[in-house]
Design a protein around this ligand. Structure first.
Ligand code: SF4
Length: 292
């Protein structure tokens, strides 16, 4: 941690980087006494026993189970990119964010080192996020076209965004062991949201694989062979065959990831992403804001 305290871009309050929990960062779900996971077994236990989304996201946001990722995220936070040098860096895991009772779940890979790892909100503060939030606003699922910082007034309507891995990895490449260690956070978050989720948008093949793995772990019936990722690929999945689980069936839809590599080359265009989000919203029966 750097002792230097820098002002938050929205509130102006000064924070160390990484940000200590419970010190007033906008939307910080954790308190000073939130339990901390120090290894994969802790993640399993603390995820399984989190009684609700509020406590789950708090526990996610202070996790220290992956030594390589903790070192990386905190090192980046202590040495910001020059263009963000005046800002504090969140430097902690980035929890799922959005509607607490979502009809549409969007699944990505992991926060970016100078995006979510800086702002504390998933897909916020980097080019991929700029694309995603602009698209969500265009199709009427976000109240504003930008998401620049926690506390900026952005709000998603019936949509929640989650990452398969909650800490920014070096070169955007988590190790399989890190992906597996983080999986219980995703599974529990999805389980708590499952009563309302009707559509899932998987960003890229990594998001698709994570979504299929999570749905399988929760008992949704997955066809064999497992469905393959593609842009616009769709598969309708029946809920678990358990009378206690009154969950709807889920439409899983693939989208190319809005990475710069895909958007700069035209592999993913705005109409393509808008069409996927519209399909997800319409399947889920979500009311949408008029186009803005
Ligand atoms: Fe914890 Fe997940 Fe971050 Fe690993 S990647 S430290 S499990 S939040």
């Amino acid at each position: 941690m750097t002792a230097e305290r820098r002002p938050h871009p929205v509130t102006g309050a000064a924070f160390a980087s990484p940000v200590p929990p419970g010190t007033g960062w906008p939307d910080d779900p954790a308190e000073t006494d939130t339990p901390v996971a120090h290894d994969a077994a802790d993640v399993e236990r603390l995820a399984a026993t989190a009684p609700d989304l509020e406590e789950l996201t708090a526990r996610q946001s202070v996790c220290r189970a992956c030594p390589r990722l903790v070192e990386w995220r905190e090192g980046v936070a202590a040495s910001p990119r020059r263009s963000f040098a005046g800002q504090p860096y969140w430097g902690r895991p980035v929890a799922g964010w959005g509607d607490p009772a979502p009809a549409v779940m969007i699944v990505g890979l992991a926060p970016a080192a100078h995006g979510g790892n800086r702002t504390g909100r998933i897909f916020t503060g980097d080019r991929s996020g700029d694309w995603l939030f602009a698209a969500l606003a265009r199709v009427g699922l976000a109240v504003q076209p930008t998401s620049v910082s926690a506390g900026d007034g952005q709000r998603l309507l019936g949509v929640r965004v989650v990452a398969a891995v909650r800490c920014a990895p070096p070169e955007n490449k988590p190790l399989p062991a890190e992906r597996d260690a983080c999986f219980p956070w995703l599974r529990r978050e999805w389980e708590l949201c499952a009563p309302t989720v009707r559509s899932v948008v998987a960003l890229g093949s990594y998001g698709w694989t994570a979504a299929v793995r999570t749905l399988a772990a929760l008992g949704y019936r997955i066809p064999r062979p497992r469905p393959k990722f593609g842009h616009g690929a769709e598969v309708l999945l029946a809920p678990p065959d358990r009378s206690a689980a009154d969950w709807p069936e889920v439409l899983l839809i693939g989208s190319y990831h809005p990475s710069q590599q895909n958007t700069f080359t035209g592999k993913l265009t705005e109409p393509m992403l808008d069409a996927v989000l519209t399909r997800a919203a319409d399947h889920a029966g979500l009311p949408r804001l008029p186009a803005n």
